[in-house]
Design a protein around this ligand. Structure first.
Ligand SMILES: Cc1cc2nc3c(=O)[nH]c(=O)nc-3n(C[C@H](O)[C@H](O)[C@H](O)COP(=O)(O)OP(=O)(O)OC[C@H]3O[C@@H](n4cnc5c(N)ncnc54)[C@H](O)[C@@H]3O)c2cc1C
Length: 478
């Protein structure tokens, strides 16, 4: 069997979508995945009429590449949209009660979440002069532009919840690249957003929040069926070596060792795994990767008879600001958002424990995590019964936190990579953790590879890359 053009190490969404874009442009690709199952963090569990997600439960998309991929793999009809207003209401915990998050300007003005002073500070944002520096934290950026109340009640729960990170340590450039770019370009977030809205009138990308029939595993299944890609499960990359024409990769399969050559190599594995492979070649690059911090997360799914919960569950769930002093960062009301994920008459709630806010929860037993969840849910939602079912998913290294001088770290990594022709790092510590960002970054990586291979050898088609331009945040990753 001939050598592939590209080997992708890691069969999570980053690796699978990179392989898909490459195959679509006519390249031969192998994906090596150490587990028996493809999907990495993403996996959907079906049991007793419930569907629970191990990690990503839905995706928010506004990128044309992502829409293109989903349509091409036949998932347009499998999408299950999240409810639109008013059922998409989100809440914040405030003094152990729930306050709805304002979705429109009028509601924001009336909202009890912010004081009059906080609201005036928010409205004064266009008057704040440009500022900041490359290592500015999320907290510094948000307080400087929007005020402390917005940080504590809006940005902190968002950064601690879906991103598991700590805004006092997370890099604004890495975590909020679009907001930072608005300030740099227009001098103001409010003015920048308004100008963009006017310029894009009629052509603005639609923001869609959805999952799939059968859960996020449906996306993984569809990508795992990509023709032109050879998938090698239970194949752990152990050693890589540059050759005159590309890379030689050695891996361990259950019964034998395997060595394959390819022109280009994509490492779509978590940073510690990439560091282990790269240390012998480039200790500086290895150190940069090793220095990336990850947050541990415990996902606790609890199911109840609907009659046991007094709250109407009229929304998608809630986030918990740090001011509440809790180890939980949020709870998604899954059966309200996706009714098919629970049997009729039952309620499924998915809670997130840990992250940078509560690293001590990494060592908690299952029962301690369940107790912490129930101690909040019972009074908050008026629950007067024990859960009928509980499932727990643990992620020892759940998400990269983007802490510290991350922008500098990414730039230093990009600079080191210039010494290694044909080597690409494409995983969720670079360019965003969301499924959308992973697919968008994979598109950019595949385009770079396609261009490089087209320069050295003709084959393949560029049409897979025609429909969009690479966003600025990805250009900065080189
Ligand atoms: C609890 C949780 C909830 C989330 N919720 C959402 C959400 O609702 N929406 C959203 O958009 N995002 C969400 N995310 C983020 C998103 O799920 C992840 O960022 C994304 O799935 C990571 O994909 P990846 O391919 O970069 O990494 P991974 O999924 O970690 O894949 C890396 C793969 O590399 C393999 N590997 C490692 N080393 C080797 C080796 N040496 N050889 C071969 N293979 C190797 C691993 O086995 C793994 O399969 C969530 C994440 C978590 C943890």
């Amino acid at each position: 069997m001939s050598d592939p053009d590209v080997i992708v190490v890691g069969g999570g969404i980053s690796g699978l979508s990179a392989a898909w874009w490459l195959a679509r442009s006519g390249r031969s690709v192998e994906v090596w995945e150490q587990d028996a199952r493809l999907g990495g963090k993403i996996a959907s569990r079906q049991a007793d009429g419930y569907l629970t997600e191990r990690a990503a439960s839905m995706m928010l998309n506004f990128r044309p590449e992502v829409s293109q991929l989903l349509a091409a793999i036949g998932l347009d009809d499998a999408r299950i949209p999240c409810p639109s207003a008013p059922q998409c209401q989100r809440y914040l915990v405030r003094n152990r009660g729930l306050v709805s998050v304002p979705m429109r300007l009028g509601a924001l003005v009336r909202s009890p979440l912010w004081s009059l002073r906080g609201k005036l500070r928010l409205l004064a944002e266009p008057l704040v002069p440009r500022g900041g520096h490359p290592d500015e934290t999320v907290s510094e950026f948000v307080v400087r532009r929007l005020g402390r109340e917005v940080l504590e009640t809006a940005m902190e729960p968002f950064v601690a919840g879906p991103l598991a990170s700590d805004p006092d340590q997370a890099s604004a450039h890495a975590v909020l690249p679009r907001l930072v770019a608005l300030e740099q370009r227009y001098g103001s977030l409010v003015i920048g957003a308004s100008v963009r809205r006017i310029l894009r009138r009629g052509t603005a990308p639609v923001r869609e929040l959805f999952s799939f029939d059968g859960g996020m595993a449906t996306l993984i299944r569809a990508l795992s069926a990509t023709s032109g890609v050879r998938f090698r499960a239970r194949c752990t990359a152990r050693h890589l070596e540059p050759t005159r024409s590309g890379w030689r990769l050695t891996g361990q399969m259950p019964e034998r060792e395997l060595t394959v050559r390819a022109r280009e190599l994509v490492l779509s594995v978590p940073a510690p795994a990439a560091a282990a492979l790269l240390h012998p070649l480039d200790s500086d690059l290895g150190r940069l990767l090793d220095g990336i911090e990850y947050g541990a997360l415990t996902v606790v799914h609890v199911a109840f008879d609907r009659s046991a919960i007094r709250h109407p569950l009229d929304g998608m769930g809630f986030l918990v600001p740090r001011s509440e002093g809790l180890p939980l960062t949020g709870c998604q009301w899954m059966s309200s958002t996706f009714p098919a994920r629970a049997p009729r008459g039952k309620a499924l709630l998915t809670c997130y424990v840990g992250g940078a806010r509560a690293p001590q929860t990494r060592d908690w037993t299952d029962s301690r995590s369940i107790d912490a969840v129930m101690a909040l849910l019972e009074p908050l939602l008026g629950i007067d019964a024990a859960p009928e079912q509980v499932w727990i998913d643990r992620h020892e290294s759940g998400l990269p936190l983007y802490h510290g001088a991350y922008f500098g770290r990414l730039h230093a990594m990009t600079k080191r990579l210039r010494n290694w022709s044909g080597l690409h790092l494409a995983a969720n510590y670079r360019g965003g953790v969301s499924v959308r960002d992973r697919i968008t970054c994979a598109h950019a990586t595949a385009r770079r590879i396609h261009t490089s291979l087209a320069g050295s050898r003709s084959a393949g088609s560029a049409t897979a890359f025609d429909s969009s331009t690479t966003p600025a945040v990805l250009r900065s990753l080189g």
